[in-house]
Design a protein around this ligand. Sequence first.
Ligand SMILES: [Zn+2]
Length: 375
Amino acid sequence: MFGKGITLVKLFGFKVKIDLSWLILGLLITWTLAQGLFPYFYKGLQTATYWVMGIAGALGLLVSIVFHELWHSLIARKFGLPMRGITLFIFGGVAEMTDEPPSPKAEFFMAIAGPLSSVALGLGLFGIFFLGINTGWPRPVTGVVNYLAFLNLLLAGFNLLPAFPLDGGRVLRSVLWGWKDNIRWATQIASKIGGFFGIALIMVGVLEVFLGNFIGGVWLAVLGLFIRGASHSAYQQLIVRRALEGEKVRRFMKSDPITVPPSLSVKDLVEDYIYKHHFKMYPVVDDGQLMGCVTLSQVKSVPMEERDRHYVRELAEECSEKNTIGPDDDAMKALTTMSRTQSSRLMVVEGNRLVGVISLKDMMGLLSLKIDLEE
Ligand SMILES: [Zn+2]
């Protein structure tokens, strides 16, 4: 869901990206405001005015979410945690972290910064609203300001639900973490409560559908599903991270990997290697020298009928940070590289020599045994 967004702006060094799914939310909000909320509260205005108010309201929501996430990011950076940027998607926004917060204190302040900034913005907008009322601003303007003031308080309130990984759940986790000095236990409790909130939201959503509020009900149920999934995977991620901590690549790699010579034709590569071993990446070795690697996606770029006229050497990709790792590197680094480059196998290289291959499958296999035995 993340990563494919369009970059809108760069604020204080953070890239603000918008996922296409946010546009759906934006259109839905504009429509709801222009056809429902504004005509209900501000009767007697023209249809075009309601639409302008609706668009202004949706843009205001966008700015409010970015403001909220920006404060998370700024405080995170203050605690030395690198942030990838801010992404807006259908359920709002997310300030993407690259790592777990370094301490309970850091997590507490990072998590609380968003809702606090929304409360401050909401109160500020209420101030502007009263100023506008007292100095006779046009009704459509004060109407939008009033809506945005409420919206920011709502944003703060919703995010403060103690449903990990929402802000409130993070605050809860940081308190538990600080109390018992055990991040794993704290995450487990917080994500269980998060899962419970998810189910509660799904149930309320289903009830709403039966009571006739179809769109609102479906919305709540989907949001509940999302929170449930996110809290579960946040816990899984932590378990994996903990289990991998301090483990070296050497421990997970397979030595004596299957390699291919550069003179091999692409056709033979497919027949004799890919169909036989089912790997997606093969190191290319010539006379004991590592030349690079060849992957399934490169093979796919050669049309079927031309595969006997092309050779591995034409396709081979040079060794780089993207496809290699050292035997004494951290296993977590291998996992991060795999997820960044969307590959499931990396060449383990020492100096210029190929010493093995590490695969996601082998890592996961050993990992699940380790978690099983140490639980
Ligand atoms: Zn937040």
